[in-house]
Design a protein around this ligand. Structure first.
Ligand code: SF4
Ligand code: SF4
Length: 282
């Protein structure tokens, strides 16, 4: 059983962050019927569904229907969002809170994208939706993954959180996963700017990864990839709209990838250039 599948319900986003590699794949959204087929195919193999890989899940017009289907199939769902659509679409999440396990909001996206939105209005809408979800037991993680990058507005964000919680967030200790507990079901995650794997980059010395052990990704066209970082579909393992997951996982390419990590010798060019996976070196 895999812990999670990243299902890309759309590869389109309403922002244009400087740190985002984007994708050269054609713009595509999964229909609710296609999502239902993916969810059925994953049902026996995966615990949690994450409704993103590239793209902004809240921009999907059928997000409510998709969450309903996920719930019917017995999944708990995690959503990562840039948060800019929470003012308009947050009601879809609160209406489906029973299906949600966690909402992660990338607070670094507003500055990183240069979007001309009011920071105060943005933070208030994020806070409002998170408060409603937390009342229903949904974990909310506020991300500032911009250390070493565009982080000039972090002070405003931290002051806002201090006003809301009554505590200076940076005075709080970090947990083992490096997050800070701001309140019940509310976490602040501060990390370095994230480096996406890129086949054109230099080798990083990555040796091991949990791709296909703990997680896999399903792109908007049904292509299965080993992880949430394969934004171009550089490691296509098969198409879930055409092939059962068991056959995809048993394919020579998938087996070679899995065994390569077991031997600390990544088989895929992309994986040998993955900065994220270096954290698993030991
Ligand atoms: S919000 Fe996410 S998907 Fe959208 S441009 Fe920024 S990093 Fe990329
Ligand atoms: S090494 Fe990087 S690119 Fe390869 S499966 Fe792991 S996270 Fe994905």
């Amino acid at each position: 059983m895999l812990n999670k599948a990243y299902v890309e319900i759309t590869n389109q986003c309403n922002l244009n962050c400087a740190f985002c590699p984007k994708t050269r794949r054609p713009p595509r959204r999964m229909s609710t019927a296609e999502f239902a087929a993916v969810a059925a195919a994953l049902q026996e193999y995966v615990r949690f569904l994450y409704l993103h890989l590239m793209g902004e899940p809240l921009s999907h017009p059928e997000l409510g229907e998709i969450l309903t289907v996920a719930g019917q199939k017995g999944f708990r769902v995690c959503i990562t969002t840039n948060g800019t659509l929470l003012g308009q679409r947050g009601g879809v999440l609160t209406a489906h809170a029973a299906v949600l396990h966690k909402l992660s909001v990338s607070l670094h996206a507003l500055e990183g994208s240069g979007a001309g939105l009011s920071m105060e209005a943005y933070l208030e809408s994020v806070w409002s939706v998170c408060s409603a979800l937390r009342e229903q037991g949904v974990h909310c993680a506020l991300r500032l993954w911009n250390e070493g990058g565009a982080a000039e507005r972090n002070g405003e964000i931290l002051r806002f959180l201090e006003e809301k919680t009554g505590v200076d967030p940076e005075m709080l200790p970090r947990t083992r996963s490096r997050s800070r507990v701001l309140g019940k079901d509310l976490f602040l995650e501060q990390e370095q700017v994230f480096a996406w794997p890129d086949k054109g980059a230099a080798e990083t010395g990555a040796q091991f990864c949990f791709g296909l052990r703990d997680q896999l990704g399903v792109l908007a066209d049904g292509t299965v990839v080993p992880c949430c970082l394969d934004h171009e579909g550089d490691v296509p393992l098969g198409n879930l709209f055409e092939t059962p997951l068991a056959d995809i996982l048993a394919s020579p390419r998938a087996r070679t990838l899995y065994d390569g990590f077991s031997r600390r010798a990544p088989a895929e060019e992309l994986c040998r250039r993955c900065g994220f996976a270096t954290r698993f070196n030991r």
